[in-house]
Design a protein around this ligand. Sequence first.
Ligand code: GLU
Length: 299
Amino acid sequence: MVVGRFAPSPSGRMHLGNLFAALMAWCSVRAAGGEMVLRMEDLDPQRTNAVFADWIRRDLERFGMDWDREVPCQSTRTAAYDAAFAKLEALRLVYPCYCSRSQVHAASAPHLGQSEFVYAGTCRNLTEAERAAQTRPPAWRLRAADEEWVVCDGVQGRYSELLSRDCGDFVIRRADGVYAYQLAVVVDDADNGVTQVVRGRDLLASTPRQQYLFSLLGKPAPEYFHVPLLLAPDGRRLSKRDGDLDLGALLERVSPEEIIGALAFAAGLLEKKVPISAAELATIFHWRKVQHDDITLTL
Ligand code: GLU
């Protein structure tokens, strides 16, 4: 059975891009008669808030998207992440990193355009004495394998990375103790029995790391569908921060069905821009129809 998931970060209200990814995930699962899981990704206590989680649940409902179970949110899952971390340590693949940049962004999903750089391996082979001489608390990095990981993405096609060259050793736990997105999402998807991941294409570049983690933890990786991003009319990516096409403001002048119709038309799922409910869209949904180019939406 297909098990899909909504995995929103409650760091703000959903914008249209989040809504679009959720809609594709939901239609895909419902079209396959599968199960939908909701998981709040509130890893970073400084950036997330239960109020936003409520908003997200309400917005999903308002757009006619339901879920079969809500699984524990990430802030309650530390014991599971500890266990995975211990397993990776036992494989001798984890080391402390004292570089300051390693603290940045590790807990949040790294979206396209955020500075991701190949780690130079500065702390990879420090001696015990060198480690003992450090004063700052370390972040923890996973050694990247000298292996190519290939993603056969259901929308974007083939994407591959030689992890050691294209990514380098990556942070799985921040210096403040917060687990990184990459580790948490893999542990959660495995424990939640997720077989299908649908999300924005900005996370395609994280997928080889996640496949590598699944294999180290001895779990099967799900199938992946990275959907197009939504662009503002001036070509910029929509973001929560800008309040771009804010759902609240939009819903004052257009209905959920009109928004779904506009999204489905722009994505290639409808031949005309007509209002449609999520449930109706699921009956005509097929991945073959979903285009891979980013979408500029007019409403
Ligand atoms: N919580 C992540 C986000 O808000 C999504 C993670 C994922 O789908 O893997 O971007």
